[in-house]
Ligand binder design. Structure first.
Ligand code: KG4
Ligand code: ZN
Length: 372
């Protein structure tokens, strides 16, 4: 173990997916700057992330983002003690941009370089509050993002046991796919949450994949259940007699295009029905995630729960875990739940303190697992 002072300052980069991010964190817990350039608008027109577009955009954004992060640091480069970057998991081309930029910066300045696991970084977002007590080990981490869903037991810094993970879709991926099925756009998580909040809750209940005796998860069946309900709904609506079209303030407006046979016409989904479906989907996901997390805490005698990853931004999941948890629940503020570099700097601090430093040969590992 290295005894790092709480003034030890790390500049970190994060480019594993569609955010170009740089941050400066002191002592592993105090965020001095946290800059994120999102590519969301660029990808939303394609309904998802296009890897080549992401890599190119990272290259364009990296220099201004790093400059902005450093401009908030009194002393600039002279106050930086180490440089860190995410090296996996993620999109290989995207990871390459940030990893190579960080290695070059560290090498040029003669500073230590620390490669960080993106999943570990999400967990360490819960250390980013120097005024709060840090989470107490052993603890249970629920990591829920666009690419991952897993429950892990942490006995100490860097000591991970994966208790369960998804067997098919990641939970964020399920949110994104279901939002697309419901015509709610990308990214799906915030869109589903928003419309679910306004739902008039009826008797609509979707199945839960419990996978009993296991901490694993499965969300693809739930996604398919939504798809079938949408298809049934559209068929039902298409069979109904057409409403008198074009009525507008007492004036009859002829339809712009000649009416098509009912079966072929895509029936727009009723927004109230969509809201109920989004609500039922979110309830199913939240129920399974929180039930398994609380059970893991009980079985392992954990002292705390950490909720991490982009889906941790979900207010319904936060509220339900808070209601059910019998130990302190750590949930970072929203901007530290979604991808950012402050969490990478926090994870790097504890890695480096444990004597882990990376060599210049460190490469990207798109499938990097937690605990490696
Ligand atoms: O961790 P993250 O920013 O990127 C990955 O590492 O994947 O997670 C992104 C995922 C997306 O699937 C997005 O739809 C989901 O997090 N997400 C949410 C919410 N905000 C973001 N899911 C549910 N509710 C939200 N409020
Ligand atoms: Zn992430």
């Amino acid at each position: 173990m290295r005894d790092l002072p709480n003034t030890y300052t790390i500049l970190a980069l994060e480019t594993s997916c569609d955010e170009t991010a740089a941050a400066v964190v002191r002592g592993g817990r105090t965020v001095l700057s946290n800059v994120v350039a999102s590519q969301m608008d660029m990808h939303s027109r394609y309904g998802g992330i296009v890897p080549e577009v992401a890599s190119r955009q990272h290259i364009l954004s990296l220099v201004p983002v790093v400059q902005a992060a450093l401009s908030a640091l009194p002393g600039g480069w002279s106050a930086v003690d180490a440089v860190a970057a995410t090296h996996g998991p993620g999109l290989s081309g995207a990871l390459l941009t940030g990893l190579n930029a960080a290695k070059a910066l560290a090498w040029q300045r003669g500073l230590p370089f620390i490669g960080v696991n993106h999943l570990e970084a999400h967990i360490y977002a819960s250390w980013l509050d120097a005024h709060a007590e840090p989470p107490a080990f052993p603890l249970i981490a629920l990591v829920v993002s666009g690419g991952h869903t897993l429950l892990a037991l942490l006995r100490d810094h860097g000591d991970y046991t994966i208790l369960g993970q998804t067997r098919d879709d990641a939970v964020g991926e399920a949110f994104d796919k279901v939002a697309r099925i419901l015509g709610l756009g990308y990214p799906g998580g915030p869109a589903i949450q928003r419309v679910a909040e306004g739902a008039q809750v009826g008797g609509l209940v979707l199945p839960r994949a419990w996978l009993r005796e296991s901490f694993d998860f499965s969300f693809s069946g739930l996604k398919t259940a939504v798809l079938h309900k949408v298809q049934e709904h559209q068929e039902r609506e298409a069979r109904l007699p057409a409403k008198p079209a074009g009525k507008h303030k007492g004036r009859v407006v002829p339809p712009a295009t000649p009416p098509e046979p009912p079966k072929a016409a895509p029936v727009p989904l009723d927004p109230r029905w969509v809201a109920q479906m989004a609500h039922a989907f979110q309830e199913s996901v939240v129920d399974v995630l929180s039930t398994k997390t609380v059970e893991a805490v009980r079985q392992h005698g954990a002292n705390a729960i950490i909720l991490a990853g982009g889906v941790a931004a979900n207010t319904r999941l936060r509220a339900e875990l808070n209601r059910r948890a019998e130990v302190p629940l750590y949930v970072p503020p929203i901007d530290l739940c979604t991808d950012n570099a402050a969490m990478v700097a926090a994870a790097a601090f504890y890695r480096f303190a444990a004597g882990k430093q990376s060599g210049w040969e460190l490469d990207v590992t798109p499938n990097l697992r937690l605990g490696m």
